[in-house]
Design a protein around this ligand. Sequence first.
Ligand SMILES: *Cc1c(COP(=O)(O)O)cnc(C)c1O
Length: 431
Amino acid sequence: MLTDGLNINEKGHLTIGGCDTVELAETYGTPLYVMNEEVIRQALRAYVQSMETYYPQGGRVAYASKACCFLEMYRIAAQEGCGADVVSGGELYTALRAGMPAERLYFHGNNKPEGELRMALEAGVGRIVVDNPAELRRLSSIAQDMGSTAAILLRVTPGIDAHTHQFIRTGQIDSKFGLTLENGEALAAAREALSLPGIDLKGFHCHIGSQIFDVDPFAHAADVMLRFMARVRGETGATLTELNLGGGFGIRYTDRDQPKPFGAYMKQVSAVMSQTAAELDFPLPFIILEPGRSVAAPAGITLYTVGAVKSIPGVREYVSVDGGMGDNPRYALYKAAYTVVAANRMREPNTRVMTISGRCCESGDLIQENVPLPDCEHGDILAVLGTGAYNYSMSSNYNRLPRPAVVMVMDGTSRVVVKGETYEDLIRNDV
Ligand SMILES: *Cc1c(COP(=O)(O)O)cnc(C)c1O
């Protein structure tokens, strides 16, 4: 099947982590997010091991938690020896409540409110990743005010075009994120950071985009960043020791996607960095990787129950399901491709081409168009594969739909890790 941990049982039902998805749908109701713990752990381990194997200088995997954020995800990441990338006070709070050691956290964002910067300093987060000169100065005065020192990385936009969808591309020069390398902004910020009180500049960060399959742009970014670190040494005398290379590794949403094995990335990046470090006589830095999508997405599926099947002769056929853009906004946002299967009819031939529509009051509320499926009817269970990232974390209560539960499966057992919302939850903050 498309991702690890999916199978078909003797009843012709889709299974995940040894659990029958039709039974999961019966037990927990639909829509339902299901995540396979084994797949999450294996991905984290593969990243950790690829560093141990290929990068002699050592590093850390910081799970990019915006991909899928709830207590259990941080617990799993912490147990695997990883840290996490957080981008808001809410993610920071969740990570701390989960017991993630604060020193393993990287706090990102292009506009962190003062309250969140104070919260991060109070908690003792490992690194604050500063996005722009104004934030740098603000952080300096906050840290002085609190009598502490902020250990920081500066986010740099290295100007790499990673050939991905422009909505999820962040490394090119026209970006709301980071300090531009080419026009000298990044160097000026480094110089200022080295002189500001309350600031301890440790190194740099870059993140060149998302859902990238090619290793070359990552290797190129690592090379550009290492050369920049040598330039900073030349201009300021400071030899900085940390380089955070971000995330963005592609996953397989459909058969057309061909991601590289986890190790391929580190192997090539390490080779390029070793060569450049030798050429510049610059010590290899401690590196940080921030995979998000590639850890969470392949682990997750979403289960829906089919409501109506609507045929418009000569136009198309719709299958409406009991969820939609509230639990998965990615098709509505950027026509994201997904594989959809009929979980209770896995051995039946695909004789129809269907458009999966959600239940929200928006014509654009589609999960996917032109999906080959067997003959479906009311009550069938559809599974959308590869939904572990940027689904639950991007979900909303549009149309006052309660967010679905998240169930974690492992070796044939299942447990709720996020309860489904109730109507009472929906009015919790209404006055
Ligand atoms: C989103 C993000 C990531 C993770 O990206 P993926 O494509 O999910 O791997 C890592 N680092 C930063 C700074 C990000 O914004």
